[in-house]
Design a protein around this ligand. Structure first.
Ligand code: UT7
Length: 329
């Protein structure tokens, strides 16, 4: 009997309608379209004015189930990567399952910042590979505007809101997830953090006045770690699986900064045409970036294509997944 692998059999994204352009931001803080474009590659991002992460996730999942004609009651497990949950608890995955009628599924959140979707995808795939489950939903969603400080020009220009969801099902043709390398290093926690609102610094008048409920990022330090580790891990997964640059059809990189994406692609020996990029229209949606890339490029993907998904984020967390695309759309 052939080995069972976990294949992505559908993908769906959701982004809010409202656009916040570089021009709009230059009216809020001392910045310019020229600075943001040249330093990050971002031109605009989507912002959610009303609602929560679970609403974006639910919009993506509902459309995904509809287009596949799947009854929500048939979903076994739901894993949601997010750092902007609706509440510290219950999990956004629990709320999402309720809002979409996935009542037979158990569900939980994965907190791995920008690597959230990678970590969730690797986790979900295990339940398919063992034969335990037939249908697993993996989501990456973040409403970054709920934790971005619009007085801090170094962070507010980067982030946006969005969600993406995939369905994992068993495959016996050798397609789907082939390998993953994942890492975390908590000693990087000071460089990219939401300082207050947890057990270390519970919400107080002081934490609010000191703006500690917003994302704090030491941009340059994170950049250095990101550029090295994302490139290293992407090269390593190719080496480990004896893949040359000719064997890889697509790099699916976390969309934090175009310069980090370029460095990763160069290290892998991939030309620009093989790199999924949508940072210019969504910015950094944290756990949302990878499934949103898959959604945007779905029509160009062919059954059997080799994809390397790669990310770096707060924690620090980082890693890469090697998979073979399982369908033509
Ligand atoms: O997704 C999770 C992981 N996160 C990342 O991977 C993000 C990694 N970091 C980055 O992408 C970049 O560090 C940033 C985009 C955040 C910043 O770019 P940078 O090239 O590292 O800029 P910088 O922080 O070194 O600042 C350079 C200059 C400074 O001015 P001086 O000191 O040279 O006069 C900043 O004050 O740019 C200034 N600056 C800005 N100017 C205009 C910082 N932010 C802005 C801004 N507009 N928005």
């Amino acid at each position: 009997m052939n080995k069972i692998t976990a294949a992505i059999t559908a993908v769906q994204g959701y982004v809010p309608e409202d656009i916040l352009s570089n021009e709009d931001l230059s009216k809020l803080v001392d910045t310019s379209d020229e600075w943001i474009t040249s330093r990050t590659g971002i031109k605009e991002r989507r912002i959610m004015r009303n609602g929560a992460s679970s609403d974006m996730a639910a919009a993506a999942v509902k459309q995904l189930l509809e287009k596949k004609g799947i009854d929500p009651m048939d979903i076994d497990l739901v894993i949601c990567g997010t750092v902007t949950p609706d509440h510290p608890f219950p999990s956004t995955a629990n709320i999402l399952s309720d809002k979409t009628g996935m009542k037979n599924a158990w569900s939980f959140d994965v907190n791995a910042a920008c690597s959230g979707f990678l970590f969730a995808l690797a986790t979900g795939s295990q339940f398919i590979e063992t034969g335990k489950y037939k249908k697993v939903i993996v989501v990456g969603v973040d409403k970054m505007t709920s934790i971005v400080d619009y007085q801090d020009r170094t962070t507010c220009v980067i982030f946006g809101d969005g969600a993406g969801a995939v369905l994992l099902e068993p495959n016996s043709e050798g397609l789907g997830l082939q390998d993953f390398i994942l890492h975390s290093d908590g000693s990087g926690r000071e460089f990219l953090v939401q300082p207050a609102g947890g057990s270390l610094h519970p919400a107080s008048i002081e934490t609010v006045e000191n703006r500690q409920h917003y994302v704090k990022q030491e941009g340059q330090s994170v950049f250095k770690f990101a550029v090295t580790n994302m490139a290293d891990v992407s090269a390593k997964i190719m080496e480990k699986n004896q893949l040359t640059s000719d064997d890889v059809q697509w790099l699916v990189p976390h969309q934090a900064n175009l310069r980090i994406i370029d460095a990763t692609a160069n290290r892998m020996g991939l030309s620009k045409e093989k790199v999924m990029i949508n940072i210019e229209k969504y910015g950094n949606t944290t756990a949302g970036t990878l499934p949103l890339c898959l959604w945007d490029y779905e029509k160009q993907l062919k059954k059997g294509d080799t994809l390397i998904l790669s990310a770096f984020g707060g924690g620090f967390t980082w890693g890469a997944i090697y998979l073979k695309w399982a369908y033509n759309s």
